[in-house]
Design a protein around this ligand. Structure first.
Ligand code: FAD
Length: 444
């Protein structure tokens, strides 16, 4: 069903549309191998599904339930339209490990804190039931009609900006499972140590595949149980736990895609109106802070950014620049191939300090110290910010500390790397002063 308007204001961004086109094409190929094919219809969803279900004499419609608030509204309208014709809508949550309505704390309320959520989830994690794909499917019902073509959806970029995406990603179920196999063979053993290192291939890069349902968390858990066992992969499984937690949060607190979970932050003195030049410098990776710029350019060129660096660029935007987290969330939404409303909202709110179980506001990431720790030789920075190719490793994360002759020798005198967009120490102090204004308000 193609009805992006029904997902407003969080309809798929440009990078997601790019992925979707390829993912659907791969799905069609997989269905054809099993004797069926993909039928694409245009919305409004309720009307189109009702027509289809009635046209082929269906008694039941099976669908995946998403946690996004707009998708849930759509599901309700589809359910109403179908039930008017005595057709049942059966929703499943295959891309979650547990049903959010059933998985609650001992007192029956939704979890708001990760640690008890994870403890409860981890307890019977190995018992995720397998749902193998059928070998064969019935042939398409001719009464369903031909639908519209994938090409007619206009998901492809009109101008060729996607070279970096094509070079880095292979959407589809087959590629997703190959990616998991490769990760289990190579990187997973070092995940606990390497996962924070953007200069190393230390994480799974499964996020877009998970978002588009090309692989499920249940399949990942089962692969680990069948392999070295879950105990060997605790720190990786915990991240799958964070994904689950974010999805349950959005299910129970749907307003948190647009409003702070911690109500005190509604009164936070964000920089308003935002300085468009500062926002643009952040988006384009021209702030003068090397690791922030490297992350933003990695995002622009590949549609993905390392998780540790996501935290650093988000902290820089919300704390040093004091721009509302929604400005960052919207940019990520358009540029990430793994743009996911639950993970994105929770990630931004966690860094901004306004989320459930968030990092305390006063913990402001220092991009120089973080860079030195997690990109010790500066390889990540040099890869994405070639202007800094000649800067020695000891200055790579704070090139402005070099004296004039050194700046000239590295060919960055007079650039933003000799004089960054803002001073990290004074902007940090200003952020803490702003936080003092909301700190004493009731939490709500
Ligand atoms: P791995 O480290 O290999 O982790 C495996 C999987 O666990 C990931 O694919 C992802 O599904 C899940 N996961 C890992 N970390 C987190 C986390 N902190 N929160 C929730 N799930 C997690 N992730 C998205 O999938 N989509 C987003 O739009 C998104 N936006 C983010 C925005 C901000 C500001 C921050 C701080 C984080 C965001 N994340 C988002 C979470 C995380 O950064 C990415 O999931 C991760 O970096 C993807 O790389 P990977 O697949 O190699 O992760």
């Amino acid at each position: 069903m193609h009805a992006p308007g029904e997902e407003a204001p969080w309809q798929p961004g440009a990078a997601s549309r790019w992925w979707l086109q390829r993912s659907l094409s791969a799905l069609d190929a997989a269905l054809r191998r099993r004797g069926n094919s993909l039928l694409i219809l245009r919305g409004p969803s309720a009307q189109a599904l009702e027509n289809l279900a009635r046209g082929i004499g269906a008694e039941r419609v099976y669908a995946t339930a998403l946690v996004d608030p707009a998708a849930r509204l759509r599901d309700r309208s589809v359910r109403d339209a179908l039930s008017d014709c005595s057709i049942e809508l059966v929703l499943h949550t295959p891309d979650l490990l547990r049903d959010p309505d059933l998985f609650r704390s001992g007192s029956g309320t939704p979890y708001r804190v990760f640690t008890p959520f994870w403890k409860a989830l981890r307890r019977d994690l190995a018992e995720v039931p397998a749902r193998p794909a059928p070998e064969r499917l019935p042939r398409p019902d001719e009464r369903a009609g031909a639908g519209v073509t994938l090409e007619s959806l206009g998901l492809q970029p009109a101008i060729e900006w996607d070279r970096g995406l094509r070079a880095n990603w292979a959407p589809g179920e087959v590629a997703a499972h190959a990616q998991l196999d490769e990760f289990l063979q190579d990187e997973v053993a070092r995940y606990a140590v390497d996962r924070n290192r953007p200069d190393l291939p230390g994480t799974s890069r499964l996020s877009p595949h998970l978002h588009f349902g090309e692989i499920t968390p249940g399949q990942i858990v089962r692969a680990m149980v069948a392999g070295a066992g879950m105990e060997r992969h605790e720190s990786f499984l915990r991240e799958i736990g964070w994904r689950e937690f974010s999805h349950h949060l959005l299910w129970h607190f749907p307003h948190t895609s647009d409003a702070p979970m911690d109500a005190r932050f509604a009164a936070f003195p964000w920089q308003e109106p935002p300085d468009p030049e500062q926002l643009k410098a952040w988006q384009q990776g021209r702030t003068g802070v090397p690791i922030v710029d490297a992350g933003m350019r990695e995002l622009w060129q590949t549609g993905w950014m390392h998780g540790r660096v996501r935290m650093l660029v988000a902290s820089f935007l919300t704390k040093n620049l004091r721009l509302h987290w929604l400005h960052g969330a919207r940019w990520f939404w358009d540029t990430l191939v793994d743009a996911d409303l639950a993970n994105n909202s929770a990630g931004w709110q966690w860094v901004a300090g306004s989320g459930a179980d968030a990092a305390p506001y006063f913990r402001i990431f220092n991009p120089v110290l973080q860079g030195t720790r997690f990109d010790p030789r500066g390889d990540y920075v040099r890869r994405w910010v070639p202007e800094l190719a000649n800067v020695p490793s000891k200055h790579i994360h704070a090139p402005w500390m070099m004296v004039e002759e050194e700046l000239h020798a590295c060919a960055i005198a007079g650039t933003v790397y000799a004089r960054p967009l803002l001073d990290l120490a004074s902007s940090r102090r200003a952020a803490l002063a702003a936080y003092d204004k909301v700190r004493l308000l009731p939490r709500g």
